[in-house]
Every structure is written in structure tokens, then in C-alpha cells.
Design a protein around this ligand. Structure first.
Ligand code: HEC
Ligand code: HEC
Length: 363
């Protein structure tokens, strides 16, 4: 009897012990596992397969009739940084999409032709090549189609094509560069657009600390940044990834996030101008977030001076509630969680890499 009792006691202790180990390891796993907005279980460990959906494809897509080549990229780079494309000879794409400021610019709204203020904040061109909709209101679908737009737009570069086309055809540097890039093809507006797009497809950022962590580098993110990522994807916390979705931090969709400028008398109606669906009134494209720490101020109206102001906007659940997206709701985030989120957004920034400007006078 005694022996039996002793055995039972021993078994009991063993069971308790194994239960304890079980519980401990269960709670540890549980802390690292989270269901994201897609309902997928995500394991917050460096290199875990469940995180791979955040990795960008190796190369962005390019149309069949404009596959990239070194010559096309070099020509596009010249055109991108050449102020002679603008009517007054003082403005290039690089003026408002400045590599030093994350390929955007540090002012709320761009200054266009003869410094007249444009309606919106300059967008970063980082990873635009992966986007399915371009511009804040998605009025263009592809870089090839978009790039010539700002050259001719009266409120932007306002080029005089009657002069610009002959200039490009006669200038010895461009004559040679076009012939090497697109042999036998006449220099036209669509061809200029293709060359610019070829260069834009090289403006790629995917070596951020976050990308390295996803790739398996356990040192790439700090514990705070990982906590911020958790808040970012947790549908009950930040719920940011429901719109800033994998892999390019955008769902390629349009949302009214309740900015105070939507309450203005002549508010910018955004996507609604091009697609008359009520939810799209005041809706703008979800921007990608890689390199976002370099592109302040934020939002299409440039109204948020820094990332903490962006977070404050979301915590309030937006300001103007009229026609606001159903996905916008006040967030239950502690001060610490808000700081974690900002730390995570900063971890989406790649190390600074100076861009060498092209030589416009010779090869
Ligand atoms: C005067 C400033 C200015 C100049 C010059 C300029 N842009 Fe922009 N760019 C903007 C603004 C502002 C937006 C957002 C416009 C909107 O949504 O209505 C924008 C948006 C874009 C976008 C959309 C990015 C995305 O992911 O949706 C692309 C691409 C682009 N510009 C390319 C160019 C190219 C190429 C040139 C030169 C030919 C150029 N821009 C010249 C200010 C400028
Ligand atoms: C309902 C969809 C939605 C949700 C949820 C959402 N965003 Fe956004 N986000 C957008 C849209 C759309 C914009 C652009 C809005 C505009 O300018 O009118 C934007 C803009 C931003 C910008 C500014 C980027 C720039 O280049 O100007 C940042 C930063 C940002 N969001 C971060 C977050 C964070 C962090 C969260 C979670 C707390 C979040 N977003 C949740 C849709 C969303």
C-alpha cells in the first residue's frame, strides 16, 4: 500500500512537472504566434516561413515591350535628373522626387511650374514599380503610362514638346543614348516615358532591417521593433497591415482615413473623381511604407509632420468621420505600444545610399 502511495506521489510530481514544462513552452510559443488580418498564423521569429509573404519579389514586373537593360536605365536616369525637360529649364523629376528625401521632398505640397503650389504631397517613388495603382488617386496604372505626364503637365514641368523633341533628337548625348537603348525607334513622348519608367524600376528598397529579419538575421531587429511589428499586424491592436498589406505595405486600395482636410469646403475627393463609388469619396491610395522615415511630411495633404503625428491620427480613429473607412476605429494602444510602432516604422528604412547624379554632357 505504502509502495503504491509512493508511486502515485511520484507519478503526481512527474505529471505536475511535465504539465509545468508543457505550460511554460506553450505560453512561450503563444507569445510569438499571432493571427494577422488575413487569418494566417504568423510566428514572430527571424526567418520563419510564415513571414515570407512580406518579402518583395526579386524583380518588379516590366512590360514585354520595355524589358530593362543597362542602356535603358542609363537613359532614363539622364532624363529623370535633367531640368532641360521643363519649360523654364529649372525643374526635373528629381526636384520633387529627391533621392536625399526618400525620393519625395520635405514640404507639405509640391511647388510646380513657377513655384505654384500643387494640390498634393509628393509621393515617394520607392518600390512604386510593384504598385498596381499609381498616384494618390490611382489615375494611372503603370509607370510607362505615367512618366511622361508630369513632363507636359502645365502645373508641373510644363514642357514645350515642340522644342523638347527636336532638342532630344539633335543633342549628341541623347541621340546616342536613345539609339543604344531603343535601336531604330523614333524619339517620341511614349519612348521618353518608357525610358523614365526603366529607371524608376531600379528605385527599389528591400534591404531594410525588417527585410533582413524576415530573411533570418536574428540581430536585424530590436525587441522593441519586433513588438512594433506585432502591433502593426495585430487586428486587435494597430491593425495597420489590414491596409498596409504584404509584401509592399499596400493593399493597392483606396481608403478615406478621416483626415481633417476632408472637412474643408472644397475638399480633395481623391479616388472619387475617377470612380464614382460613394466609399471612394475622400479616399486615397494606401502608400507603401519602406523608407517612410525619410519622406516626412505625411499623407496626401502633407498634414502630419512626423511619424508620431501619423500614429496619433490613427489612435484617434481619424478626425472627420464623414464617409470614413469602416476599417478606421479608435485604437487601444498604450504610449509604449505607440512608440514601439514608430520604432518598427523606422526599421523599414534601408541604410542611406548616395545616388550619383548622371553626367548630362558626355558618357
Ligand atoms: C513639382 C513636383 C513634381 C515633379 C517635377 C514631378 N513630380 Fe511626380 N509627383 C508629384 C506629386 C505631387 C505626386 C502626387 C500627385 C497626385 O497624386 O496627384 C507625384 C506622384 C508621382 C508618381 C506616383 C508614385 C506612386 O507610387 O503612386 C510617380 C511615378 C511620379 N510622380 C513620377 C514622376 C516623374 C517620372 C517625374 C518627371 C518626369 C515627376 N514625377 C515629376 C510631384 C512632382
Ligand atoms: C483603412 C486602411 C488603413 C489603415 C487601417 C491604416 N492605414 Fe496608413 N494609410 C492608409 C491610406 C489610405 C493612407 C494615405 C491617406 C491619405 O493621404 O489620404 C495612409 C497613410 C499612412 C502613412 C503616411 C505615408 C506617406 O507616405 O504619407 C503612414 C506612415 C501610415 N499610413 C501608417 C499606418 C499605421 C502605422 C497604421 C496602423 C496604426 C495604419 N497606417 C493603418 C490606409 C490605412
Amino acid at each position: 500500500v505504502n509502495k503504491n502511495t509512493a508511486t502515485k506521489q511520484l507519478l503526481g510530481v512527474l505529471m505536475l512537472f511535465s504539465a509545468l514544462i508543457g505550460t511554460t513552452s506553450f505560453s512561450q510559443n503563444n507569445e510569438n504566434v499571432i493571427k494577422d488580418a488575413d487569418g494566417d498564423s504568423v510566428v514572430l521569429e527571424p526567418g520563419h516561413p510564415s513571414l515570407k509573404k512580406w518579402l518583395l519579389p526579386e524583380k518588379p514586373p516590366a512590360p514585354d515591350d520595355n524589358q530593362p537593360s543597362l542602356e535603358r536605365i542609363a537613359l532614363g536616369k539622364k532624363l529623370f535628373f535633367d531640368p532641360r525637360l521643363s519649360r523654364d529649364g529649372n525643374q526635373s523629376c528629381g526636384t520633387c522626387h529627391n533621392p536625399s528625401f526618400g525620393w519625395a521632398e520635405p514640404i507639405a505640397k509640391s511647388l510646380g511650374f513657377q513655384n505654384k503650389m500643387m494640390a498634393r504631397n509628393s509621393q515617394s517613388l520607392v518600390n512604386s514599380a510593384y504598385n498596381l495603382a499609381l498616384l494618390w488617386d490611382g489615375r494611372k496604372d503603370t509607370l510607362d503610362e505615367q512618366a511622361i505626364g508630369p513632363v507636359g503637365a502645365p502645373d508641373i514641368m510644363n514642357a514645350d514638346f515642340e522644342k523638347l523633341l527636336p532638342f532630344l533628337k539633335e543633342n549628341s548625348v541623347y541621340k546616342k543614348a536613345f539609339e543604344q537603348a531603343y535601336p531604330g525607334q523614333p524619339i517620341t513622348k511614349p519612348l521618353i516615358s518608357k525610358a523614365l519608367a526603366s529607371f524608376e524600376r531600379t528605385i527599389i528598397v528591400k534591404n531594410t532591417p525588417f527585410d533582413r529579419w524576415i530573411g533570418g538575421d536574428s540581430q536585424a531587429l530590436t525587441p522593441q521593433e519586433i513588438r512594433g511589428f506585432r502591433v502593426f499586424i495585430d487586428p486587435d491592436k494597430g491593425s495597420c497591415a489590414s491596409c498596409h498589406a504584404a509584401p509592399n505595405f499596400t493593399d493597392n486600395g483606396f481608403h478615406n482615413i478621416g483626415l481633417s482636410s476632408f472637412g474643408d469646403k472644397e475638399a480633395d475627393i481623391g479616388r472619387f473623381k475617377h470612380k464614382k463609388v460613394k466609399v471612394l469619396k475622400g479616399a486615397f491610395k494606401t502608400p507603401s511604407l519602406r523608407n517612410v522615415s525619410r519622406t516626412a511630411p505625411y499623407f496626401h495633404d502633407g498634414s502630419a509632420p512626423d511619424l508620431m503625428h501619423v500614429i496619433e491620427h490613427y489612435v484617434k480613429g481619424g478626425v472627420v468621420k464623414e464617409n470614413i473607412s469602416k476599417q478606421m476605429k479608435p485604437l487601444n494602444l498604450s504610449d509604449a505600444e505607440q512608440k514601439d510602432l514608430v520604432a518598427f516604422l523606422k526599421a523599414l528604412t534601408a541604410p542611406y545610399q548616395p545616388v550619383e547624379l548622371p553626367n548630362l554632357t558626355e558618357d
